[in-house]
Design a protein around this ligand. Structure first.
Ligand code: PEP
Ligand code: MN
Length: 285
């Protein structure tokens, strides 16, 4: 491996030694602190997103997640509120001084999503949608590239290379679990990829233990494990009424579980000589 030239270049540590830092309003991803991204799987209605956003803001979370365009396995499942969902999320985030991350599923939606989001998410199903990656390489906003559920590290980094080589170097990688023979969990969260990615690439790495396990009780231990593995942050699903959620209720944390997770993470990040970004002040803009 040492002497073999790697197929990816711009994403590699050889190309750039220093860690890439993504600067947002009130916070940065990849600056050494552990970033907490949280919110519902999908934006469902005004009351739901404002209730969740207010709760998270009290926990000093600075990045709100939520799907407006949802990639659902079944065409009969809730597909998201689309543009209305983007608008609601932006309004909630602005009210509580937070950043928005949301998924963009299609090339022709890049401009619309970029108008409302601070970070654009590429979902697992689109990691190798090269037209979409090329379109995202032309925007001036950060992109979080989730790992394809059946993709190798090399394929994932080459997908990131599409975005950097087109001109956008603001890329974040997100491990969200891969398909294995194991069906007891929704996916197999590949935490071993985290320290490997950190050694071969300068890009920040976020771990999503919600899609990664599919089981809310596993989100806390896997979040702590992600920090121990050297991740730059976690992205977790939280809902005010998980049993009523229109998607991914079984993996969504209750509010009290989320507060408990934050408390545990404060202690564990300190043990690794790092701190949580929820411990730093929100600067009012
Ligand atoms: C999500 O974050 O809700 C999601 C759909 O993620 P993934 O693409 O990893 O399944
Ligand atoms: Mn989800």
């Amino acid at each position: 491996m040492e002497n073999k030239r790697k197929p990816y270049q711009l994403v590699s540590r050889e190309w750039k030694k220093e860690n890439t830092v993504i600067n947002l309003k009130n916070t940065s991803i990849g600056n050494g602190n552990i970033t907490v991204i949280a919110g519902p799987c999908a934006v469902e209605n005004e009351d739901q997103i404002f209730t969740i956003c207010e709760f998270l803001s009290k926990q000093n979370v600075k990045i709100l997640r939520g799907g407006a365009y949802k990639p659902r396995t079944s065409p009969y499942s809730f597909q998201g509120l689309k543009k209305d969902g983007l608008i609601l999320m932006r309004q909630a985030a602005d009210k509580f001084n937070m950043n928005v991350i949301t998924e963009v599923m299609d090339t022709n939606l890049v401009d619309e999503v970029a108008q409302y989001a601070d970070i654009l998410q590429v979902g697992t199903r689109n990691m190798q949608n090269y037209q979409l990656l090329r379109a995202l390489s032309k925007i001036d906003k950060p992109v979080m590239l989730k790992r394809g559920m059946s993709s190798t590290m090399e394929e994932w980094l080459l997908a990131a290379e599409y975005i950097l080589s087109g001109g956008n170097d603001k890329v974040i990688l997100c491990e969200r679990g891969i398909r294995t023979f194991e069906t007891a969990t929704r996916n197999t969260l590949d935490l071993s990829i985290v320290p490997l990615l950190k050694s071969v690439s300068h890009l920040p790495v976020i771990v999503d233990p919600s899609q990664g396990t599919g089981i809310r009780e596993l989100v806390e231990p896997m979040s702590i494990a992600a920090v121990a593995a050297g991740a730059d942050g976690i992205m977790v699903e939280v809902h005010n009424q998980p049993e009523e959620a229109l998607s991914d209720g079984a993996q969504s944390l209750y509010f009290d579980q989320f507060s408990g997770l934050i408390n545990k993470l404060k202690v564990s990040t300190a043990a690794f000589g790092r701190s949580l970004d929820v411990e730093t002040e929100k600067i009012l803009s």
